[in-house]
Design a protein around this ligand. Structure first.
Ligand code: ADP
Length: 915
């Protein structure tokens, strides 16, 4: 049902006309329409509101017999309801009465006073403290295939843009977008022609993605909007002068916000264009597999918070982080520091210099416990400056917000003093950027009352002594009240009515109340005003006169205090840039101290960052698993990969031996090193990697309609298509989701392809023992295994990574550990013995039954045949049964190779039979 006249026009009452006009002014929003003490929703909005907020759906008569659906919330409780709707992804426009209903002639004027959307909320209760809340925009330039992305955190003022080109660029943009977790997305019409992008947008964001009119995204229009907003003549300063798509995305986003948002964008003071080719983009699978922000199985790591002593936040982001890398590293004491650290974890650096300088700061703070302790104590007193400023600048901030801002700035000199002795350039630079903005602190302290009320229009905001006018009005107002008290005493004496009371109410103003039994004593000059059940209320000429002066003073005082407050707030906001500089420095200092704190608590070391490829890690540990293990139980392991050592390590060992943990720990150590953190190892030398790819475990993507195996293959395809010689690849159990021989063939082919065509550093964990033969067949592959000890019929996991292949899978022993019934275990052992006697028969039967293929399956030792099968199995559309080996020429199929690694076809060599 649309708001509009009914078939006979009865809905055209003046108020419904007004409603319709306001509703049309905020397309896509639910309208909270102020009616007396309620915000009402009408028509379809009422149906949605009643469902989502569990309100009673009623109806309101509008003219001859027509009723429209309606539900409402009391105005004083509106914030909570608004938050709930925004959490659920709705956009809500709030329309208020903008004139006093008592004095309004005819229909009260109403206006939309604010629009609250998931991407633009400022309510601290709705926003996650330690995560950003972005509204993102996307443009596509059909002429050259470029894509532009801009994203703005309205709650902090952070505003960035980037431009992407080609298929690789598009993949990066999509990864980045997933990583940003935008709350809201808007897009240019041209994006609609890309079903893949639109599919992604539909899955992201809490609010439905919104298109916005074409012309706003034209580079020239967008450039003008940006220049006007920032008061600059060109886009040079923002780094997007030569990136029209980035500028278009940013300008379009600003235009959209200016048009739809009834709030200021004054706190958005600068735009930064980020280089889409620099830094490390982590694809969503890697982010998930490495458990960077949240664990794969959140329930499974509940012990971490206690073990870790980390932040005990309560918002949903906080709760989800335990058992993740961020959960271990985050010892930040400010919300902004938490947000920054999160983005460091998600965006490791690839530039050696940048890494080394951040690392130097962490190392210095890690080594100087006293300085670090002092810094963290001071930082803990700093509130969320970015968001407080945003609230002030957008007109939502109250006196308490300004106090919090001033109190935070007031500790900046102490912070600067604590940094006095630090040596490294990054810390010196931060010290310089910490502007105490004394004039703001001074102004707030002079102007605002201690402990001011939350409301702005009820007075009580301004400190005595700040304004002579406020002081004198207060004098009258409070003097008046004293006069009322005196009058009460005097009248009691004069009339002899002991219970006589002088009171006040909103409708009748000041009155004298006399109970019924005393009415005979009321003097003649008392004028009757109101009758109650047990009493009568009167006024006198003197009371009326006095009342006018008191009320006038109180009213004038309220208005004056409000206006003075607005002045103070404006003056604070006029220092936005300086406050933002301090806020940024505080966040960075907190994030650096947090990494230093983790390093000191958990015994991390400074890794050497090398420009040439290769990893040498001595006694490395998994940062998260080691925290979950009892102290000292975690077994450290080395890793030497690339450089003068082979770049490809095949890791075998029984289930539960620790293969995944080992592979992930190497990836995490590299990632930590490249985010500037110290690392859990005895020593480490990390040759910079351009990306980290992972394919781990099995997960269905049922909402996306993909089976486990298809997910596995898509992730593998992504890796093979994008990895370079400088990448680190972690593959854990490739080919599990299909039959043994299919899986083995795929795993084999993937391993060959990586070593011969890509040359990336790779850790490949597998239980396919046949793959260990690759070590003798291809240069650059080395076998490792995780040792176990047999004790009788059981095995003990030693967790130590050793050179060479594992001899057996020990599946039956692991099954016994898991508690399978003894009968099953014994029977399995018998079958295994049989099978080992006639190796390959089951697999052969399985293979031919599964696909009725003509080819005979490879046998252990039948390497050439197996390799050929692997090559044929790489692409499902590839020629069936074509037994080619990888040769150098095959590598041309590998897209985006920087420097092909060691090539040369598969070597036929002596077979290394598994031991
Ligand atoms: P796999 O991948 O071989 O099946 P996992 O890596 O999943 O084995 O490890 C299984 C469990 O063993 C982990 O959950 C962890 O508790 C423990 N573990 C793994 N590596 C170590 C280690 N180096 N030291 C101590 N415990 C470990």
């Amino acid at each position: 049902m649309r708001p509009g006249p009914g078939p006979t026009g009865e809905l055209n009452t003046p108020m419904m006309e007004q409603y319709r006009r306001l509703k049309a002014a905020c397309p896509g929003c639910l309208l909270f329409f102020r009616l007396g003490d309620f915000y009402e929703l009408f028509f379809d909005d009422a149906i949605v509101g009643a469902r989502e907020l569990e309100l009673t759906l009623t109806s309101r008569p509008t003219g001859a017999g027509q009723r429209v659906p309606m539900c409402g919330v009391p105005f004083h409780a509106a914030e909570a309801y608004l938050s709930r709707l925004v959490e659920k992804g709705y956009k809500v426009a709030v329309c208020d009465q903008v004139e006093d209903p008592r004095t309004a002639k005819g229909l009260v004027r109403r206006e939309i006073v604010r629009v609250v959307t998931p991407g633009t909320v400022l309510d601290p209760g709705t926003l996650p403290a330690k995560a950003n809340n972005y509204i993102a925009s996307i443009v596509a330039d059909p002429a050259n295939g470029a894509l532009g992305l801009a994203y703005l955190d309205y709650s902090t003022g952070e505003f960035r843009a980037a431009e992407y080109h080609g298929a690789v660029g598009k993949a990066r943009l999509m990864d980045e977008l997933i990583c940003l977790e935008p709350a809201e997305i808007i897009f240019a019409p041209a994006v609609e022609r890309d079903p893949e992008l639109m599919g992604l947008l539909a899955r992201l964001g809490r609010a439905k993605p919104t298109g916005f009119r074409e012309e706003a995204w034209r580079p020239a229009t967008a450039a003008r909007v940006l220049a006007e907003h920032f008061g600059t003549v060109s886009l040079e300063a923002f780094g997007c002068a030569d990136r029209p798509s980035a500028a278009a995305a940013a300008g379009g986003l600003l235009a959209y916000l200016k048009e739809t948002l009834v709030g200021s964008l004054d706190h958005v003071r600068t735009l930064r264009t980020v280089d889409s080719g620099r830094g490390m983009t982590l694809d969503p699978a890697t982010r998930r597999n490495l458990e960077l922000i949240e664990p794969l199985h959140p329930g499974g790591a509940s012990g971490l918070a206690a073990a870790d002593g980390g932040t005990q936040g309560t918002d949903r982001f906080e709760r989800g982080r335990r058992g993740s890398l961020l959960g271990v590293l985050d010892h930040t004491v400010t919300a902004a520091g938490g947000r920054l650290l999160r983005s460091w974890v998600l965006h490791p650096l690839t530039d050696g210099e940048a890494i080394r300088s951040r690392q130097a700061a962490v190392a210095e703070l890690a080594g100087r416990q006293a300085v670090r302790g002092e810094l963290r104590r001071i930082l803990a007193r700093i509130h969320d400056l970015e968001r407080l400023l945003a609230r002030a600048a957008t007109g939502t901030g109250g006196a308490r917000d300004l106090w919090a801002l001033a109190e935070s700035l007031a500790v900046v000199p102490a912070l600067r003093a604590a940094l006095e002795e630090t040596r490294v350039p990054v810390l010196r630079g931060l010290r310089e950027n910490l502007d105490p903005v004394e004039d703001v602190v001074d102004l707030v302290k002079r102007a605002l009352a201690d402990d001011p009320p939350a409301t702005l229009k009820e007075g009580g905001l301004i400190r005595s002594g700040y304004s002579a006018e406020v002081d004198s009005l207060r004098e009258i107002a409070s003097g008046g009240k004293a006069w009322v008290a005196r009058l009460q005493a005097e009248e009691r004496r004069r009339t002899g009515i002991k219970s006589l009371k002088v009171g006040y109410n909103q409708v009748f103003g000041y009155y004298i109340e006399v109970t019924r039994p005393n009415l005979a004593l009321v003097p003649p000059e008392y004028e009757r005003r109101q009758s109650l059940a047990n009493a009568e209320r009167f006024v006198t000429a003197a009371l009326k006169e006095r009342e006018a002066s008191i009320l006038g003073a109180e009213e004038r005082l309220r208005v004056l205090e409000y206006n003075l407050f607005l002045e103070v707030r404006d003056r604070v906001t006029s220092r936005a840039e300086r406050i933002q500089s301090t806020a940024k420095a505080v966040a960075e200092l907190d994030a650096l101290s947090s990494l230093a704190e983790a390093a000191a608590r958990y015994g991390y070391v400074v890794p050497e960052i090398a420009d040439e490829p290769g990893l040498v890690i001595k006694d490395g540990r998994h940062p998260v698993v080691e925290r979950l293990e009892a102290a000292g139980r975690f077994v450290a392991n080395d890793c030497v990969l690339g450089g003068s050592a082979p770049p490809f390590a095949l890791v075998t060992g029984p289930n539960m031996a620790g293969k995944s943990t080992y592979c992930r720990q190497v990836a995490l150590i590299v990632l930590m090193a490249q985010m500037g953190s110290l690392v859990p190892a005895a020593s480490a030398r990390i040759g910079l990697v351009d990306r980290i790819f992972t394919r781990i475990g099995s997960s269905d993507d049922l909402p996306g309609g993909r089976s486990t195996f298809l997910v596995e293959m898509s992730e593998t395809a992504n890796i093979l298509n994008h990895a370079t010689r400088r990448s680190l690849i972690i593959l854990d159990e490739i080919g599990r989701g299909t039959s043994t021989y299919d899986g083995l063939s795929l795993a084999w082919a993937v391993a060959e392809y990586i070593t011969t065509c890509i040359g990336a550093l790779t850790l490949f964990a597998t239980h396919y023992h046949e793959l260990t033969e690759l070590e003798g067949l291809l240069p650059g592959i080395v076998n490792y295994s995780i040792s176990v000890k047999e004790v009788g019929r059981d095995i003990v996991f030693l967790r130590k990574v050793v050179r060479g292949a594992a001899d057996r899978s020990y599946g039956i022993q692991v099954a016994r550990l898991a508690g399978l019934p003894a009968a099953v275990i014994e029977r399995a052992a018998e079958i295994l013995q049989d099978l080992e006697g006639s190796a390959g028969t089951v697999a052969r039967r399985e293979a031919s039954a599964a696909s009725g293929r003509r080819r005979s399956p490879p046998r252990p030792g039948d390497t050439a045949l197996r390799a050929g099968r692997a090559a044929a199995a790489v692409g499902p559309t590839g020629p069936q049964g074509q037994l080619t080996l990888f040769e150098a020429a095959d590598c041309s199929a590998a897209p985006r190779r920087e420097q092909p690694g060691e090539m040369g076809g598969l070597v036929r060599g002596p077979h290394h039979r598994p031991r």
